[in-house]
Design a binder for this molecule. Structure first.
Ligand SMILES: Nc1ncnc2c1ncn2[C@@H]1O[C@H](COP(=O)(O)OP(=O)(O)OP(=O)(O)O)[C@@H](O)[C@H]1O
Length: 229
């Protein structure tokens, strides 16, 4: 039997920024393995490197040292085109603000990334319909973002993030812009989706109640990832 691999694996990842004469060592050898179906909460004070970590894991930034494996594939040596292809295929992002296209319906917002990937429209529409229904938006397929509530908009953004069936989901305060009750509901649907799709998810949040419902909580301390006490 094949040995199982984490869907996302950061090994000794380093990231530093030069600011004037100073060098900011943000990640100093960060390790993180996330398995299919696992949800990791990333909880760390502002400025410690949460976004840096998510951008590096999501192949938006290159690490200065170490390796990032996505779906078991090492990514550091890939050229920009290779990184973009792998990102489109295997990584979904959800941000605090939904960034949906205002002139397109909920369904079209979820169809578009699939068309970009080359799927036939009919298949893309079918998957978008299924995903939105799973997230409780089966009656809202043809609404534009402005005709949806904040929680509904964020659920469309989640559907869009996983439209191409990535193996990894990265979220930066996905419910940070919502009231507590709506946040709780959106988060529940997000968890259900991660479990059903066996995604490996890293969710940065300041919300400790939501974090407590994830599989484990980690933080960034002195540039490395450690379990949250
Ligand atoms: N491009 C850059 N150039 C210089 N410094 C940067 C750059 N990007 C981030 N930093 C610095 O690196 C540190 C970590 O930034 P990062 O955005 O990862 O923090 P964060 O933990 O996500 O913070 P927040 O919770 O406030 O979003 C900060 O001190 C920031 O100022």
């Amino acid at each position: 039997m094949a040995t199982p691999h984490p869907a996302l694996f950061l090994s000794r990842v380093e990231r530093r920024y030069i600011q004037g004469d100073a060098t900011l060592e943000i990640l100093r050898g960060a390790d993180l393995a996330v398995w299919p179906g696992e949800i990791v909460a990333l909880i760390a004070p502002s400025g410690t490197g949460k976004s840096t970590l998510l951008h590096t894991a999501g192949l938006l930034e290159r690490p200065d040292g170490g390796e990032v494996y996505v779906a078991s594939q090492p990514t550091v040596a890939l050229d920009d085109g290779g990184r973009t292809r792998l990102r489109r295929l295997e990584i979904g992002f959800v941000y605090q603000f939904h960034h949906l296209l205002a002139d397109f319906s909920a369904q079209e917002n979820v169809v578009l990334p699939q068309l970009i990937r080359g799927l036939p429209r009919r298949e893309a529409e079918r998957r978008a319909g299924e995903l939105l229904s799973f997230l409780g938006l089966g009656e809202r397929l043809h609404h534009r973002p402005a005709e949806l509530s904040g929680g509904e908009q964020q659920r469309v953004a989640i559907a869009r993030a996983v439209a191409n069936a990535p193996r990894v989901l990265l979220a930066d305060e996905p419910t940070g812009n919502l009231d507590p009750k709506t946040a709780d509901h959106v988060f529940s649907t997000l968890i259900a989706l991660v479990r059903a799709s066996r995604l490996a998810a890293v969710i940065a949040t300041h919300n400790l109640d939501l974090a407590a419902r994830m599989d484990r909580c980690v933080t960034i301390r002195d540039g490395i990832i450690v379990p949250l006490d």
